[in-house]
Design a protein around this ligand. Sequence first.
Ligand code: SF4
Ligand code: SF4
Length: 435
Amino acid sequence: MRVMAQMAMVMNLDKCIGCHTCSVTCKQAWTNRTGVEYVWFNNVETRPGQGYPRRYEDQDTWKGGWELNKKGRLALKAGGRFKKLIQIFSNPKLPSLDDYYEPWTYDYETLTNAPLQEHIPVARPKSLISGKDMKISWSANWDDDLGGSAATSEQDVLLNEVSEKIKFEFEQTFMFYLPRICEHCLNPSCAASCPSGAIYKREEDGIVLVDQDKCRGWRMCVTGCPYKKVYFNHRTGKAEKCTFCFPRIEVGLPTVCSETCVGRLRYIGLVLYDADKVLEAASTPEETGLYEAQRNVFLDPADPRVIAGAEEAGIPRDWIDAAQRSPIHALINTYKVALPLHPEYRTMPMVWYIPPLSPVVDAVRDTGRDAEDHQNLFAAVESLRIPVDYLAQLFTAGDPKPVDAVLRRLAAMRSYMRDINLGREPDDAIPEEVG
Ligand code: SF4
Ligand code: SF4
């Protein structure tokens, strides 16, 4: 066992209201500069939707393509050596500015100065860069008002197809928000793909950073990150990314996104993990429990053997105490309610999510009781509006069982808390399978 410490985050998706305060305050703090206008270290996506940059989850269908190599790592699709060389030098997986968005404003002048006419003029979006009308309108959360339905869970559905489907399947529509930052992965492919050795993972707390002096602007990190959370600064010619607000963390302050989150849904803290298990967990086949393997990398910070290992590794005593107080290990390993985003990318992401339980529809309609009523507990989970399969595609590489277990646990917790809050005797009859 080789004990190491890592900063990590858990976000409770039921509490996100999609206000984008986190994105805006992060931008004000870190990317309010020329060259990075299009960059959101923190962005909030509407799901189902295409994400930012759009269709970043469909990289295996992009030109060149990704596949898992024999060691279970993400690699460019096999081809002849020559073809691979061309792929590497032409960097075909790089998203274009259209896939992020071109910063724009609205043509307010036309709106206010147009002569009186039959129809009200429209404020058309125009590029802040060229000043011309935008050909394609797209932004970090263009999907915001669209939502989706069970039928749109395929990530490669294009925007207009989604809209068509919504028209016909209105009753099945659902949406929720997914805030995203860099995952500060245990097995960061951005660092592995950097030819200049500019990206590094801090030994003391695992925060992944770009050394601006060493970066030569190859942009292989942008290609190499499956979450597309490294960005290219067009002014400096260097890569930039979320820093987990390390200057704030170092003086005991939370990240800007956590501190300003309106929904109070972000939990941050230190976790201890077994560095010897990382690569084995990252390459566990999906059918033999990829998600479980990733969860089992975390160590119990209260276990005397782990404490001894941490002390031997030189982790300061107050850091071990901080890991014991941190909610992260409890949410992931004790209560088992948090799941990783796309564990199948195998970079071992360190931002985990409590999946959304709401909204529950049929349970209320049929019985007058909702998910917080213990008599309706599991019926409620079974009639969730957000399909479990859709959540499984995001959080457990398609395996619905762990997602279902988390939702049942969350429903049981709500039921218990309702009883407490109403001064009723909590129901002991919650089945053991809830955990
Ligand atoms: Fe690197 Fe991407 Fe992982 Fe962040 S999410 S550490 S940029 S591979
Ligand atoms: Fe969601 Fe919090 Fe960001 Fe608002 S500030 S969008 S509630 S994560």
